[in-house]
Design a protein around this ligand. Structure first.
Ligand SMILES: *Cc1c(COP(=O)(O)O)cnc(C)c1O
Length: 390
């Protein structure tokens, strides 16, 4: 357990649950508002010539966003966190660290939007990449002279493949590559990649951190000052910062991160077991099931297994029947909120992924993804029982 405490809050805390509540008190106003204010302003007045409050213009800095960034940096044990207008804006900014001609290695199973970014934007900007299965392939033979980074998710979206971050970081450290981990699926509540040797952590704040399907945001968390400075420079120059109101929503979401995730995870395990025993379900992929190949690694590197389940049903027709019949849960893209969502990767999150990549990764018309919410488990099971028998 990390008891090093909080950068700016002047108290040493051990518990990640407490870190969700720790605000930077030095940013608080003279009224002592416990719900941190939304500083809805584009610009800030200077006290005098050559003087600054530390805030000049909201594209560069904003106190509400700063408060959020402080809390996210603490949750990930980072030096700094930068809040972006979306997860994709965060990833696009990280890619700006590279130069034309640079090469990077990615996991072949990734969020569809990330694959689209690498294919359609990064390539145009002169970057090249090699996609391999990092959960069961050694990247060493794929490292070239111009390789600069390894980029992955663990568990991956949607196949839930688990990579040993610490093991991988021994390679990236030796070869002087950046190790970039998209930690969206577990959130900092369950996993802290920087502690395991990663250099950069990315989050879609839209998901578990925001937690209510009501806003879009993203984060980059770093531990190295030089990388932080370069990212801050790109960020203020390109203007992809999170708005004050959206910063406030995610700040509020984080207050309940611990309790939401505990409940969602509890539901996920029960639902995974229920699905496993259903005759229409041909495969259940949840890393909290001991038969999952990543189970032992997860136990070592994470504090939990999360609330995402991928499962496969007997036919494409059956998958479509489920999607057409859900009532309590929503057939919707996204994840990480209080409501359970069911997603059809092949037409939604991974619609733009090349067909051969889908096939190689096992993403078929029989595959469904669940983001388990915090409803009563009896009702979720009743819903599935009804839908399966419809
Ligand atoms: C949603 C998601 C993203 C993109 O985030 P947005 O906030 O939608 O831009 C990136 N990575 C993963 C794993 C995601 O689930």
């Amino acid at each position: 357990m990390d008891c090093s405490g909080c950068n700016k809050c002047k108290v040493a805390v051990c518990s990640i649950d407490t870190k969700c509540q720790l605000l930077d008190r030095s940013l608080m106003d003279q009224w002592g508002a416990v719900s941190f204010p939304i500083y809805q302003t584009a610009t800030f007045a200077h006290p005098g010539l050559g003087e600054s409050t530390g805030y000049d213009y909201t594209r560069m800095q904003n106190p509400t966003r700063k408060q959020l960034e402080t809390i996210v940096a603490n949750l990930e044990n980072g030096k700094d966190a930068i809040a972006f207008s979306s997860g994709m804006a965060a990833i696009a900014t990280v890619m700006e660290l590279f130069e034309p001609g640079d090469h990077f290695i990615i996991d072949e199973d990734l969020y569809g939007g990330s694959i689209r970014l690498f294919n359609e934007i990064s390539k145009k900007n002169g970057l090249e990449y090699t996609a391999i299965s990092l959960s069961n392939e050694d990247p060493t033979p794929f490292i070239k002279e111009n390789t600069k980074a390894i980029y992955l998710e663990t568990p991956t979206n949607p196949m839930m493949n688990v990579t040993d971050i610490q093991k991988l970081s021994a390679i990236t450290r030796e070869k002087k590559l950046l190790l970039i981990v998209d930690n969206t699926f577990l959130s900092p509540y369950f996993q802290n990649p920087l502690d395991l040797g990663a250099d950069i952590v990315i989050h879609s704040g839209t998901k578990f951190l925001g937690g209510h399907h009501d806003t879009i945001g993203g984060f980059v968390v770093v531990k190295d000052e030089e990388i932080d400075e370069r990212l801050r420079f790109i960020y203020k120059t390109t203007g992809a910062g999170l708005s004050p109101f959206d910063s406030w929503l995610i700040l509020r979401g984080i207050r309940t991160l611990a309790v939401r995730l505990e409940r969602a995870q509890e539901n996920a395990l029960k639902l995974a077991q229920f699905l496993k025993n259903n005759k229409h379900v041909t495969k259940v992929i949840y890393p909290g099931l001991p038969e999952h190949p990543g189970y032992e690694i997860m136990k070592k590197q994470a504090r939990g297994f999360g609330a995402m389940i991928t499962f496969e049903v007997e036919s494409e027709e059956f998958a479509r029947k489920i999607l057409n019949n859900v009532q309590l849960i929503y057939f919707a893209e996204s994840l990480g909120g209080t409501e359970t969502l069911i997603t059809y990767p092949i037409t939604q999150t991974h619609a733009d992924v090349p067909k051969e990549v889908l096939e190689k990764n096992g993403i078929s018309g029989r595959l469904l993804r669940l983001s388990v919410g915090i409803e009563g488990i009896e009702d979720l099971i009743k819903e599935f029982t009804r839908v399966f028998e419809a």
